[in-house]
Ligand binder design. Structure first.
Ligand code: AHR
Length: 492
């Protein structure tokens, strides 16, 4: 029996809803086919956006959406993606499959999509191959209200009023695909480019500096030391894989407990990354004004057999659901520093929440975790103390449980719990303190098999079900958390 103490009167800070953010890159079938099919498509669409996908995304309540990359961002020239579609020049998407990009999805389309979804746009600018002037003009084009060459061009392209664009990234992975820079060189470049990312009218831009790869703590140190005062957020990227060795990709669907365990271990490593990058940020920013922006995270496995290796299309199983639940619990629990996170990527790429095939669409196990966890968005983190039992495998151990808890504006308490063990259930007893609770209900995502997945033929193999196996008595909630499950408890 695992005893948990939930202190409903100990609030530990607001969970920024942007922790539940997403990422959409011009990569494979994310934008084209996944989100955008064009007005003339046989697939039902609203102004070219797939109706089914938009409706599913709306239900999930996406707070913020990052675009256009990723590596694509540092070779994207925004002027190629505005104006009449037939006049937009093509480009080669050199990072992702070498395919020809026709630029039919550009600034107007992205910002219209954000409006449809009710999501804040997070645009990533081009530092690697773009100019300061180009970045400056993009911001002016989108956000300037008065009369100027860029604002007039926007009006000529059919948008009278400026958009509100809050989040702007100054480059992506500038240690790699974004220009192969050193931290010292990028820190200077960041300051130079960011200077010209202007606030027009009351549109105040939250500027995000390109951050470290995984555990490159030197990068965070240099950026905070040299440019910490000129940024609002600093990013970090980390993908969960079966191994640290990139040549070992592992299948997304065909795996044994060995790969299951290493993926759990590697997902939990995110906690160490968040803590260690935070410690460095604390040194330069003890008041925590600069947000940690985990703007790329998620699983990265081998592509589905027979698909273009440059498109990063992978299936999604119960294992991915656990990875999502673990990450979101970690981000919630570190909401003092983590202000945004963007899972990679929204549709048809890496740990996608939605997969499409022609007219067909499916919601992945990861979708259901985001849907279930949305109750934490904007809520107050609560203190939840417990000592997790261990999940041991092959001489190694990880905690069996991952959890977080919050209280929303209506006073409803939510606890999300992941059981990482694929074969052992665990009994819990939650001692509710600081609140007199009247009732509790539960939801669960689980399956019989570690690699259970949804397919275009069977779309509901892994989905949210009611969780009845809990009991509220004397302000204690007891129940059995099944193996390989993600559970939500609601307490009122
Ligand atoms: O998400 C896929 C790629 O991973 C992104 O384009 C890049 O930023 C990262 O390396």
């Amino acid at each position: 029996m695992v005893k948990m103490i939930l202190n409903a009167d100990i609030k530990k800070g607001k969970i920024n809803k942007n922790i539940y953010g997403h990422f959409s890159e011009h990569l494979g079938r994310c934008i084209y086919e996944g989100l955008w099919v064009g007005e003339d498509s046989e697939i039902p669409n609203i102004n070219g956006f797939r109706t089914d996908v938009v409706e599913a995304l709306k239900k999930m309540k996406i707070p913020v959406l990052r675009w256009p990359g990723g590596c694509f961002a540092d070779e994207y020239h925004w002027v190629d993606g505005i104006g009449p579609k037939e006049n937009r020049p093509c480009m080669v998407n050199t990072h992702w499959g070498g395919v020809v990009e026709n630029n039919h999805f550009g600034t107007h389309e992205f910002l219209e999509l954000c409006e449809m979804l009710g999501a804040e746009p997070y645009i990533c600018g081009n530092v690697g191959s773009g100019t300061v002037h180009e970045m400056q003009q993009w911001v002016e084009y989108m956000t300037f209200d008065g009369k100027s060459p860029m604002a007039d061009l926007r009006r000529a392209n059919g948008k009278e009023e400026p958009w509100r664009v809050k989040y702007f990234g100054v480059g992506n992975e500038n240690w790699g695909c974004g220009g192969n820079m050193t931290a010292e060189f990028y820190a200077d470049q960041y300051k130079r480019y960011a200077t010209y990312v202007r606030n027009f009218g009351d549109n105040k831009i939250y500027k995000i500096a390109g951050g470290a790869s995984v555990d490159d703590y030197h990068w965070t140190e240099v950026l905070m030391r040299e440019a910490g005062k000129q940024m609002d957020g600093l990013s970090v990227h980390y993908y969960t894989r079966i191994s640290k060795d990139w040549s070992e990709q592992g299948s997304a669907t065909e795996f044994d407990e060995n790969h299951w365990f290493s993926v759990m271990q590697n997902a939990l490593f995110t906690e160490e990354l968040v803590v260690r990058h935070s410690n460095i940020m604390d040194k330069y920013d003890p008041e925590k004004k600069v947000g940690m922006i985990v703007d790329e995270w998620g699983t990265w496995f081998a592509v589905e057999p027979g698909t273009n290796p440059g498109f990063l299309y992978q299936q999604n199983t119960m294992r991915d659901a656990l990875v999502a639940g673990i990450h979101l619990n970690i981000f919630n629990n570190h909401c003092d520093r983590v202000q945004m996170a963007n899972i990679a990527q929204m549709v048809n790429v890496l740990q996608a929440v939605i997969l499409t095939e022609g007219k067909k669409m499916l919601l992945t196990p990861t979708y259901h975790v985001f849907d279930m966890y949305k109750v934490h968005q904007g809520a107050e983190l609560l203190s939840l103390d417990f000592e997790s039992p261990e999940y041991a495998y092959n001489g190694e151990k990880v905690p069996q449980l991952s959890a977080s808890s919050s209280v929303d504006s209506e006073g409803k308490i939510h606890v999300t719990i992941c059981n990482l063990n694929p074969s052992a259930d665990v009994n819990i007893d939650i001692d509710l303190r600081g609140v007199k609770s009247k009732s509790s209900t539960g939801k669960i995502i689980t399956s019989n098999a570690m690699n259970a997945k949804n397919t275009f033929e069977e779309t509901t193999n892994v989905t949210i079900k009611n969780f009845e196996d809990i009991n509220l008595e004397n302000n204690h909630i007891s129940g059995k958390i099944p193996s390989k499950s993600v559970v939500l408890l609601e307490i009122v």
